[in-house]
Design a protein around this ligand. Structure first.
Ligand code: MN
Length: 446
């Protein structure tokens, strides 16, 4: 079957963004929209800058992720205009003007000096500005409190962007394909007995992306490190014994993120079986990503399903629903089942109930859930249940009424493996969900 590439889908994507912006600007009585790409802050007492991360609103409109200081100007009814930063600079190589097919849908103008950019919107009326404070030329916008990052405008744009265009879905598919390659390379490194750091470097190399291009910091956790939800170090030396690998690492394509987690056992046994059980449970949860479904229900469902997994594995003595009710599942699964995914790895708008930004409550006792919306076709979420042996949480459970519900000998046996998380990126459609991650791994294996 022929599948359209991002270049063919871009013009329609842009039309969708323009329509959404038209509605939002009209509702808030703005005449035009100006989005700054951002500029990296300088290090304290230094002349070096932090890695540049583009304003997500900017890369939504144009896939320019590596040219700070550029500006997008949009007036309803007109083609979007990109003021493409192109300084006269013999220290750096200025970015070449975009010549890719997508650039035919916008008007790109070289901008040698950002200080003069204001002329491009001086006569546009009431302008809404979106961008990091301090990046726009001095005195612009004239009244920052009124026009810079207007909360009502951001709410509308954030709410709308949960529904991906076909272009965005194709970018996400390609990001997943890259991530799957990285995962394969890191797993091979683990199997060879290489360190966390080496697995990380092989991951980047397989994706052909620099660390600063990753949508988030790779989590590559061996053994007990897998119990740290956002483990941030990369040991340069492998441990004496390799038991488990938890790898949570993505990739980006045109600024769209993949967010993939896999857990692997070094050898067969109780832990490897638990990985299998969690994998099967995770697949069932992915099946719940259907249009019309309240994502909060997926989260609670995950607690019941994991409760059953823990019970069947002999870790706990209560079946799923009882384990959830008694607060036992939370000892092992202390995070949300997932979040929106797109331009940002934890994409915005996850707990919004409408375009005005009303918050949809998280289930009581689950304050960390990042997504509470009802799914509709085109919404992309992660599904990432996990089971961990976290000392502080286990200690609390050991000291309170949950103690008899847990088999502590089994916990002690599994503790050295750290934990398990399995995370896929899933698109809600009008019919069966599309699993970007499983598809990517399957294509890799084909
Ligand atoms: Mn995630």
């Amino acid at each position: 079957m022929y599948e359209a590439g991002p270049d063919e889908l871009y013009a329609e994507h842009l039309q969708t963004l323009m329509r959404r912006a038209d509605v939002a600007l009209a509702a808030l009585r703005f005449d035009a929209l100006v989005i700054h790409a951002g500029c990296p802050p300088t290090l304290f007492l230094d002349d070096q800058a932090y890695p540049y991360k583009v304003n997500p609103h900017f890369k939504a409109w144009v896939p320019i992720v590596d040219n700070p200081q550029s500006v997008l100007v949009y007036t309803p009814g007109a083609r979007p205009r990109v003021l493409f930063h192109q300084p006269s600079d013999y220290w750096h190589l200025p970015a070449p003007m975009p010549r890719e097919p997508w650039s035919e849908s916008v008007d790109c103008t070289p901008m040698p000096d950002p200080a003069n950019a204001g002329a491009a919107w001086a006569k546009l009326g009431r302008v809404a500005f979106i961008g990091p404070p301090g990046c726009f030329p001095p005195g612009c916008p004239p009244n920052q409190a009124l026009a810079l990052n207007d909360a009502d405008l951001l709410a509308r744009l954030h709410y709308d962007r949960a529904v991906k265009t076909p272009y965005e879905l194709e970018c996400l598919r390609r990001a997943s394909a890259l991530g799957a390659r990285g995962h394969q390379a890191a797993l091979a490194a683990f199997r060879r007995g290489e360190s966390e750091y080496e697995a990380h470097m092989r991951y980047l190399s397989a994706c052909a992306q620099r660390e600063e291009e990753m949508p988030y910091n790779n989590i590559i956790a061996y053994n007990e490190h897998a119990a740290v939800l956002h483990y941030q170090h990369l040991d340069r030396r492998p441990p004496e014994v390799l038991r488990s690998l938890l790898i949570d690492a993505g990739a980006q394509y045109r600024g769209y993120a993949a967010d993939i987690t896999r857990t692997h056992a070094a050898s067969p046994g109780r832990f490897a079986e638990l990985v299998q059980r969690l994998d099967a449970a995770q697949l069932r949860l992915c099946g719940e990503i259907v249009s019309g479904c309240d994502y909060r229900e997926v989260h609670l469902s995950a607690h019941r399903v994991l409760g059953d997994v823990l019970y069947e594995a002999g870790v706990t003595r209560l079946v799923g629903p009882d384990a959830l009710e008694q607060g036992v599942t939370g000892v092992f699964f202390p995070h949300g089942v997932g979040h929106l995914l797109g331009l940002q790895v934890h994409d915005v708008g996850g707990v919004m109930g409408d375009v005005q930004g009303a918050e949809r409550n998280r289930p009581e006792g689950h304050p960390y859930l990042r997504m509470t919306r009802v799914l509709e076709p085109g919404v992309v979420v992660t599904v990432e249940p996990g089971i961990y042996w976290i000392d502080s949480l286990l200690k609390s459970a050991h000291q309170d009424g949950r103690r008899p519900h847990i088999d502590w000998a089994v916990v002690d046996e599994l503790r050295p493996y750290g934990g398990i998380r399995i995370e896929d990126n899933v698109v809600a459609t009008a019919a069966a969900p599309e699993n970007l991650t499983r598809d990517a791994f399957a294509r890799l294996a084909a």
